[in-house]
Ligand binder design. Sequence first.
Ligand code: AMP
Length: 447
Amino acid sequence: MPFQSLGLAPSILSAIQDAGYTEPTPIQAAAIPAVLSGSDVIGIAQTGTGKTAAFTLPILTQLTQKPLHTGQRSHTRVLVIAPTRELVAQIEENVLAYAKHLPLKIARVFGGVGEKPQKDALRAGSEVVIACPGRLLDLMGQRCADFSKLEYLVLDEADRMLDMGFLPDIRRIVQQLPKKRQTLLFSATLSKEIESLTHEFQHSPKIVQIGKRSNPAETVTQHIYELPKHLKLSLLSHLLKDDALQMVLVFSRTKHGADKIARKLEQTGVRCATLHANRSQNQRLKALDDFKAGRVRVLVATDIAARGIDVDGISHVINFDFPHVVEDYVHRIGRTGRAQAIGDAISFVSSDEMDDLRRLERFIGRGITRKRAENFDYKASPQSFEVERPERRHQQQRSRHPQRHANEQHGRPENASQGQKTPRSNTEQAKASPAKRKSFWGRLSGR
Ligand code: AMP
């Protein structure tokens, strides 16, 4: 199907030609007519599928159908919200290319850089604003933005924004936008959380989906082992005697914990690799390669790894430390059961983690089956297998301070006080330089 048959404006078609695109990608072929019809749209597509053009091209087409300048001051007609500074810059680049024949002003808004140019761009009434939620909310609070005539809202990478704890910010932003608008939401997956987001922000959206619906919890069998903390390593080692645990991803809440688990398992003859922020990019890539190739059976990772790992064939995810944040649980277990494969998620829960488990069970609306390991000595006394636990304080900070600023700014805290409060996972991310992190995640997601 040629671009010409999709109903795009001539100036946009000309820009597409200049960009060298010969035909629309599947998400574009599906989303462009849906957006042009005026409906709210949910687009399920990953980065790299051409999703930016899928929402930008029809929006720009619609912008050209009303006079772009009425002679008075221009105003913001399109707001695109995206989770990271890199993504905002990337979207801006795309919009600039596709709007090259249109007299549009475009503003980009994100943390970690001076506010002044962004405030000026907002006050100038840029027709298109592309923003990270945190800084945008700050500037809206300073009355720099006028969204009273907004026509289009795009929430890009909505699943990542939820992961990063942006939902409260997004709610506050959307509350200040006109109710009558067209809202487009793009996400790599259509989870329950995304569905509830669409109920909140959209009206009768059309779903445009490339690929499968992904809800890992449906294909993953989940079990809980309740046990004293000091027996967790022995139980892990015991379970690994079963060959059915072929390709095992173990989650530790801390980097030191991950190292210690791997060391102890290696001592028992289980080949392990670790993946966490204290490891160099090369070490991480090697760990993943070894895991994918079956050279190591167990990969021990911290949560930072859960966000990007896209490895097929993981047979078991083991939560050595039970996640403190419900969303982390869902992400961790989503590393298995990919592509409709069956997977097992096992969680070790000690008495101090029972509250977290109960919170998760309330969240998913059911209890998770308890299991007792056969031939395992639950009465064993504390011994060398014990792994130190993270301080409770860090865990609580993590849930109170989502990843907002760190992610908007390549992990750099916006000011000293936020820096002090930056939770552990942010700190982990912050330690990798932006360039390193980008190429690391880029390589992961590019497989
Ligand atoms: P995105 O998924 O929006 O990040 O786009 C991924 C890449 O595909 C970007 O570099 C776009 O410039 C490029 N792209 C988007 N649409 C097309 C198309 N129809 N044909 C060829 N390349 C495209």
